[in-house]
Design a protein around this ligand. Structure first.
Ligand code: GRF
Length: 216
């Protein structure tokens, strides 16, 4: 008879970095999910490419370390991403969540974090990639748009899709009303999806890979 326990165990939290360029409502949602225990992770760094972006102030208030670098201060994209990579390594970051980061990720970061960078986009990809996705959907007259979480690759909003949630477009919607419902959906879907992904990666990197323990 085996006396091996199959009880759920608490896996090591992953160290995550959020990359953002703007307002930071998704950054806040991720932070909230960690605080509440929904997301088992350490939010160890906010990376921002716009030193005046509101998200930086939000991170500072919450005590999340920030790295604000202007790409124009570097000779090229590789040098800019090398500087980011150095900070990520120092913080032992294992996973990156893009949350309104308005820049394509280059080979330097993609090679360092294969399948470990995800993005949230405010449409049902592959529809309406790129900027102003909510406005694009409205102008196209669709009755349903939504939110997508996907793996980041070298293309724009085109990596493998992990999760999607539809959002209805009502006939009398203003852009602001639709945006508000999309953001509400993002703030629910992104932490939830990250929790599932991080749980998966924690199990994968756990010391005892043959264990039948489930991470909780
Ligand atoms: C979100 O709509 C996200 O889907 C897109 O950029 C927006 C960022 O919003 N990639 P916020 O800065 O998180 O409020």
């Amino acid at each position: 008879m085996s006396n091996v326990s199959h009880a759920p165990i608490r896996c090591e939290p992953q160290n995550i970095a959020v990359f953002a360029s703007g307002n930071g409502s998704n950054f806040l949602a991720i932070h909230r999910a960690i605080q509440s225990g929904q997301l088992h992770a350490n939010l160890v760094l906010l990376v921002c490419d716009k030193p005046s972006a509101p998200v930086i102030h939000k991170a500072e208030i919450l005590g999340v370390p920030t790295l604000a670098l202007s790409p124009k201060d570097f000779p090229d994209k590789a040098a800019y991403e090398q500087a980011i990579l150095k900070a990520l390594s120092e913080k032992k970051v294992t996973f990156i969540a893009l949350a309104g980061y308005m820049r394509l990720i280059g080979p330097t970061l993609l090679q360092a974090y294969p399948n470990r960078i995800v993005n949230i986009h405010p449409s049902l990809l592959p529809a309406f990639p790129g900027r102003d996705a909510i406005k694009q959907a409205m102008e196209a007259g669709v009755k349903v748009t939504g939110v997508t979480v996907h793996v980041v690759d070298e293309s724009l909003d085109n990596g493998p899709i992990i999760a999607q949630e539809p959002v209805a477009v009502f006939d009398n919607d203003s852009l602001e009303e639709l945006e508000a419902r999309i953001h509400e959906t993002e703030h629910d879907l992104y932490p939830k999806t990250l929790a599932q992904l991080l749980n998966h990666f924690a199990k994968e990197t756990s010391h005892d890979k043959t264990s039948s323990h489930q991470c909780i």
